[in-house]
Design a protein around this ligand. Structure first.
Ligand SMILES: Cc1cc2nc3c(=O)[nH]c(=O)nc-3n(C[C@H](O)[C@H](O)[C@H](O)COP(=O)(O)O)c2cc1C
Length: 215
């Protein structure tokens, strides 16, 4: 007999997040929490996995898991197919939200803001360090389109391998990075009895304002 959903609950007691520990801007805290996640053995290898939400032209939300592949002072970068469903959503509505959940640390980070394409050079630089199979896949797979069966995908991969049999594949125009430029970053630390700590950073006239939110 599986446990009933109503009975599935866990109390969070591992840590707290006090204002005194939180710097005036959120990037340093994200770096610190990300390092904690990478160094926590119980966590899955992909500490950089996050859920990205986009909104389509009809105002309907969609979310999926992606990997964060770069972080700089401007924002959070992931790579994908620009013609995919998410690429079409971002073309129609350039705002998105990403959520990291690190269960072993009882932590969540929520990031929201405008999304822009990274430069072609930045996409190409990352494309070139990917394994060959992934580089060919970026050419072969029309991400998010309906295909007949697995064989169609394998045939597209074979055709791509043949096309690049004696040259190295270059980064396709339909593939590259997006950078989310955060306007809000919220750090959530689970606490006992659901009285969690939530520190929220909001960008106001170019300055980060920090505030505590009720759990
Ligand atoms: C752990 C994990 C990591 C993923 N990383 C990526 C990624 O970095 N880029 C990507 O395009 N899709 C990635 N995917 C696949 C996406 O979840 C999704 O299926 C794909 O991007 C198509 O989404 P869309 O139809 O909403 O555009 C990943 C999936 C999982 C489960």
């Amino acid at each position: 007999m599986t446990q009933s959903l109503a009975d599935m609950r866990r109390d969070y007691t591992r840590d707290g997040l006090a204002e005194a520990q939180a710097p005036g801007e959120p990037f340093a805290l994200f770096h610190q929490w990300f390092a904690d996640a990478v160094n926590t053995e119980q966590l899955p290898v992909e500490a950089n996995a996050m859920t990205l939400a986009t909104v389509d032209a009809d105002g309907r939300p969609h979310c999926r898991v992606l990997l964060l592949k770069a972080l700089d002072a401007h924002g959070f970068t992931f790579f994908t197919n620009y013609e995919s469903a998410k690429g079409q959503h971002l073309a129609a509505n350039p705002f998105a939200a990403m959520t990291f959940f690190w269960p072993a640390l009882e932590r969540q980070v929520r990031i929201e803001g405008r999304v822009e394409k990274v430069s072609a050079k930045e996409s190409d630089d990352y494309y070139q360090v990917r394994p060959l199979g992934s580089r060919l896949g970026a050419w072969a797979s029309p991400q998010s389109r309906v295909i007949a069966d697995r064989t169609e995908l394998e045939d597209m991969v074979k055709a791509t391998q043949a096309r690049f049999s004696d040259t190295q594949p270059h980064c396709p125009e339909h593939w590259g990075g997006y950078r989310l430029l955060p306007e809000r970053i919220e750090f959530w630390q689970g606490r006992a009895s659901r009285l969690h700590d939530r520190l929220n950073y909001r960008l106001v006239d170019g300055q980060w304002v920090r505030e505590r939110l009720a759990p």
